[in-house]
Ligand binder design. Structure first.
Ligand code: HMG
Length: 776
């Protein structure tokens, strides 16, 4: 390495850094320009690139290389193979921001390099780089050398004439300021020596020119030494073409995810130490560096194999394979450094054969070969830093798999602008399978369909999922909902996850609760005698949606009664009202409830033929929600409004049990549905609802709060018994009154039931006993 030149360059760079990096505005302006680039569509990205860098983006669309050129480049050509090209962002190198094209088939590499570069720019002053001049070494093998020292003296004393003769073979390089700089003989022993020719190859990678010079020099070397020249070839281990990239981070600012800067720094040092101690780990550590370097090689038309060979050779130059990067702490600074031999060119090679490379170099602002090597070292170092940070903080799979999810989403046909939503959906479900992406797609299509009907526009989309395995049945009930939450923040909830938001909106009801509930629902369900139940899936799905609507609307009323009531009153009257504002969880809940109502309605309109049943189902759903609103309202007014009859409270309170809804859903599978059947189901549902409410509320009346209206406590308040301390003794009185009312209703319905359903009016009693056996 030419130390003086390198030092001078560092001096210049530092000066530049002082002037430019302190310019906070420049950093901010840049950050704003490219932040969130990955969230844009492909076309938006191309437009931005074209606008900012004035690049002809057409080449990027088909890979640039023509078939004719491909045919000229390799033997037996049959076509060409594409590779994705992306942009590494946030690279602040020696005070200047670079946008770095990277071509690689592996997801997460470009994101990782950009994320690390962002940290390095924001928590430090970006990368500092320096490099030696582009000097390559060629080798002439000397054979049958019986006197190594004599051969060395002969080469040394004829150095000038060797240089002059060699330069004849590379006159253009000499004119550019390059050409042969030195000649040395290395004794190898065992009858062999290597005549090493050092050539400044300027902006070329150097392989061609070095090999040309070597072949030109071979006869002269044989003449001077008297020994036979064997092979003549450059070495890819270009120790005289070294580049260094370095960054310093303020440790305090290195915090990442839930870890402090100190912790992150220490964890990365531990991982680095592992690579120093163990060459199995060192190889993978270096693979991470090569992820970045090779991607830039691919994008800029370099011989990546040469770079790879050089780096692995250098990693083991002391006889033990070592990590190429270094990490250490100095005072309050965490320092990362990568110093490697790289041979890359910006002229010659395949660069002129494919116009795409010209566009790539335009993005890079036409670096010379030294600058390009420096850029590569920065990308390699950034990628290594990102991988170590991810490995130590959260494991590599989280980031890697979520980006891989993008590929899966695309492969199942998720449209471009929804890929990010699909990925988030998969991430939250913790499943990166094709089936999961398909579930999203299906839910998205439904959302679009409904949005078309309702004339809505989608902004940021949230998702909701619920899956249940019903006991005793192979059947899995799945519900995936995509909806517009009217917020920039997207939220994805899995009902079964029991996450904070899920508990807030649905209570602690989980999988077991649903299973138990369906056990009871199945006791009170009516079945058509037919073997063939064509719409069984729809029946269960509507039941689940209705139960979710029931739970959600109830909980939203608890969270904010006034806003929810107001909103729901408009929605139920088919009037428009803007989404109420509030905490994000509340907005999510309201939007989800709206979407569930739409999905419920959509399924009914699409898949149920009989108007009478359609109307009954839709009215019943509205009645359930209205009853929630009213039972809260009457419950709050109970003490003040003595005139208000318990019968009215019964009307609303019992609807929480939604038995009528369950029976109406069962009607979907009946061969013939008419007004009479629907009316019968309503009356039967009424009996069920009263009996179950009666049992539930008399069991739980002591727990009644303003948030959980209770029929018995209401009755007590009406009778001024609540505050007088003799509540237990009147329980029987209430039960007797209510049971009489229930029995009357049961008697009324019994003669109306067909023989096949005669047992049904008593089924609620069985269900109730099961309910209180299991106490779910
Ligand atoms: P994060 O910190 O959560 O990202 O990392 P963020 O959401 O905070 O975003 C920060 C910046 O990262 C963004 O800035 C983007 O520039 C970029 P903004 O635009 O917001 O201003 N970014 C993205 N760019 C493009 N597409 C994206 C994207 N997301 C963020 N989707 C990240 C998330 C995936 C980057 C992180 O988890 C990570 O670095 N993971 C490591 C991934 C990795 O190293 N992959 C390589 C393959 S694994 C391997 O082969 C090598 C290995 O074996 C080597 C070894 O063992 O050492 C691991």
């Amino acid at each position: 390495m030419d130390n003086r030149a390198a030092q001078q360059r560092i001096g210049q760079i530092r000066q530049q850094l002082v002037q430019e990096i302190d310019d906070k505005d420049q950093k901010q302006e840049y950050a704003q320009l490219w932040a969130g680039f990955y969230k844009k569509t492909l076309q938006q990205r191309l437009d931005q690139l074209n606008k900012i860098q004035n690049v002809n983006v057409e080449y990027f669309k088909d890979g640039g290389l023509s078939l004719q050129n491909a045919n000229l480049m390799v033997e037996n050509c049959i076509g060409k193979i594409g590779m994705p090209l992306g942009l590494g962002l946030n690279f602040l190198i020696n005070g200047q921001y670079y946008i770095i094209p990277m071509a690689i088939e592996e997801p997460s590499v470009i994101a990782a390099a950009s994320a690390a570069a962002k940290t390095i720019a924001e928590c430090g002053n970006g990368f500092e780089t320096y490099s030696t001049r582009p000097v390559m070494m060629g080798q002439l093998q000397l054979l049958n050398v019986d006197n190594q020292s004599k051969a060395e003296c002969l080469i040394d004393s004829n150095k000038i004439s060797i240089i002059n003769r060699g330069n004849q073979a590379c006159q253009n390089m000499v004119k550019r300021g390059g050409g042969i700089e030195d000649v040395k003989l290395r004794q190898l022993g065992d009858g062999q020596a290597s005549v090493d020719i050092f050539i400044n190859v300027c902006d070329s990678m150097g392989a061609n020119i070095v090999n040309t010079v070597l072949e030109h020099l071979a006869p002269l070397i044989e003449e001077i030494t008297g020994y036979q020249v064997g092979i003549k070839i450059l070495t890819n281990l270009c120790l005289n073409r070294k580049v260094t990239s370095l960054f310093k981070l303020n440790i305090e600012k290195m915090n990442y995810k839930n870890y402090t800067g100190q912790q992150v720094a220490q964890m990365i040092l531990n991982a680095y130490k592992f690579a120093q101690l163990d060459y199995f780990r060192a190889v993978t550590h270096n693979k991470g560096i090569l992820n970045g370097i090779e991607a830039v090689c691919n994008a800029t038309g370099q011989d990546g194999r040469a770079v790879n060979a050089s780096l692995h050779g250098y990693a083991s130059i002391d006889g033990k394979y070592k990590p190429l990067s270094k990490y250490y702490i100095e005072g309050d600074q965490f320092i990362g450094e990568l110093s490697i031999p790289i041979s890359v060119g910006t002229q010659g090679g395949v660069i002129s054969q494919n116009p795409l490379y010209q566009a790539v170099f335009q993005i890079l602002e036409y670096p010379d070969s030294q600058k390009l090597a420096e850029i590569m070292a920065c990308v390699g170092l950034a990628q290594n830093f990102a991988a170590l940070r991810a490995l130590t903080v959260e494991g590599i799979q989280k980031g890697h798999m979520s980006l891989h999810a993008k590929n899966i989403a695309i492969s199942v046909g998720v449209p471009d602008h929804q890929v990010e939503d699909a990925v988030l959906f998969m991430k939250n479900r913790g499943s990166f399978r094709k089936e999961t992406a398909q579930e999203f797609l299906k839910a998205y299509h439904l959302f679009q369909e409904i949005a078309k009907v309702k004339g809505k526009k989608n902004q940021s989309l949230c998702t909701f999922s619920a899956q249940f395995q019903l006991e005793g049945s192979q059947e899995k009930v799945e519900l995936h909902v995509v909806f517009d939450c009217h917020s920039n923040k997207r939220i994805d909830v899995d009902f079964l996850s029991q996450s904070e938001i899920s508990i807030k909106l649905f209570g602690t009801k989980g999988h077991t609760w649903f299973q138990n509930l369906f056990k009871i629902i199945n006791i009170v369900k009516i079945e058509e005698q037919s073997e063939n139940i064509p719409k069984k899936g729809l029946t269960v799905k509507l039941k689940v949606i209705s139960i979710l609507i029931n739970l959600l609307s109830y909980n939203l009323l608890i969270i904010d009664y006034d806003k929810t009531r107001n909103y729901l009153n408009y929605v139920l009257n088919q009037q428009h009202i803007d989404f109420p504002d509030g905490e994000i969880e509340f907005k999510y809940g309201i939007a989800l409830l709206t979407e569930l109502l739409h999905i419920f309605e959509y399924n009914i309109q699409q898949f149920i033929g009989e108007q009478v049943l359609k109307n009954a189902l839709l009215n019943e759903q509205n009645l359930i929600i209205k009853s929630h609103i009213n039972s809260f309202e009457f419950w709050q007014k109970a003490k003040l409004d003595k005139e208000f009859q318990i019968g009215n409270f019964w009307l609303y309170r019992k609807k929480r049990l939604s038995c009528t809804m369950m029976l109406l859903c069962d009607c979907i599978n009946f061969k013939s549905i008419d007004e009479k059947l629907v009316e019968l189901m309503k009356q039967l549902g009424d009996v069920y609802e009263i009996e179950i409410t009666l049992t539930r509320d008399t069991e739980k009346w002591k727990d009644a709060t303003l948030k959980d209206p209770n029929i018995y406590t209401y009755w007590l308040m009406q009778h001024d018994q609540l505050l007088q301390g003799d509540r237990n003794c009147v329980l029987d009185q209430f039960k007797n009154e209510s049971s009489a009312m229930l029995e009357m209703k049961r008697q009324r319905i019994q003669p109306l039931l067909p023989t096949s359903m005669a047992h049904l009016s008593k089924q609620a009693t069985t269900a109730v006993s099961l309910l209180y056996q299991s106490r779910f």
